[in-house]
Design a protein around this ligand. Structure first.
Ligand code: PEP
Length: 258
């Protein structure tokens, strides 16, 4: 059974005080919905405060990045061990990290391994650029990104994949449900080849890229799509709540795809 999951990536937005206000606005509404996993990913500095606010609720917490070493002289970095104490999920390989911070497949692979080692659930982001999409290379690119990110990893315990076409992130130009479903089907097929049918069947794969309350249903209604990674719309309590509510109503639980 794949339980649907909606994660909010707040990116580099909100002070600690603003994070507290935002969580306070949606905490009760989110907590009432118990058939969808709800994950908030605030900036590092707000993790502790948000954790206090959601204590005892069904809301889960995630970070937006980590470094792959456990400790040491890495000024400014945050280690998997530090996060394992605070949250359950961590976004890895977001296209903004690949684009602005030169994260390569090798680095992302190390980060996924580091997260899994301490029991964090990685939300591994993959997706093609506009140029690659227009050149018909979507399948090739996501396959390569998936394979390099998972190289040498035998157990996917808790891993989640987010298909995020780069051209759809923060642009207001979402993919269509059909396009996203097709690519996510291909990602699942790759998992079958790399691992096995059961692992592929149980892996949760999200769509991300300009998801709002107005278009969420188009993605949630697709058989291969298990939820969404939401950026901009997760900074508005009403929007995020509406996306989670629609997910709960449409497909609280997913069946196995045989
Ligand atoms: C994201 O940051 O992962 C994302 C999908 O952003 P947005 O929803 O704003 O496109």
């Amino acid at each position: 059974m794949r339980v649907s999951l909606i994660a909010g990536n707040w990116k580099m937005n909100t002070t600690v005080a603003e994070a507290v206000t935002l969580v306070s606005e949606m905490r009760l509404g989110l907590d009432e919905i118990d058939n969808v996993d709800k994950v908030l990913c605030p900036p590092f500095i707000s993790l502790a405060a948000v954790r206090e606010l959601i204590k005892g609720s069904s809301i889960k917490l995630g970070a937006q990045n980590l470094y792959f070493e456990e400790q040491g002289a890495y000024t400014g970095e945050i280690s998997p061990l530090m996060l394992a104490d605070l949250c359950q999920f961590v976004i890895i390989g977001h296209s903004e990290r690949r684009q602005y911070f030169n994260e390569t497949g090798k680095i992302i692979n190390k980060k996924v391994q580091a997260a899994l080692r301490v029991g964090l659930k990685p939300i591994l982001c993959i997706g093609e650029s506009l140029k690659e999409n227009e050149a018909g290379k979507t399948g090739e690119v996501v396959t390569e990104q998936l394979r390099s990110s998972l190289a040498g990893i035998n157990e996917l315990d808790g891993l989640i994949v987010a298909y995020e076409p780069v051209w759809a992130i923060g642009t207001g130009r979402a993919a269509t449900g059909k396009q996203a479903n097709e690519t996510i089907g291909l990602i699942r097929h790759n998992i079958t080849e790399l691992y096995d049918k059961e692992i592929a069947r149980d892996l949760r794969i999200l769509y991300g890229g300009s998801v709002t309350s107005a278009n969420a249903a188009e993605f949630i209604s697709q058989p291969e799509i298990d939820g969404a990674l939401v950026g901009g719309a997760s900074l508005k309590a009403k929007e995020f709540l509406s996306i989670v509510t629609q997910t709960s109503a449409m497909r609280g639980h997913f069946s196995h795809i045989d």
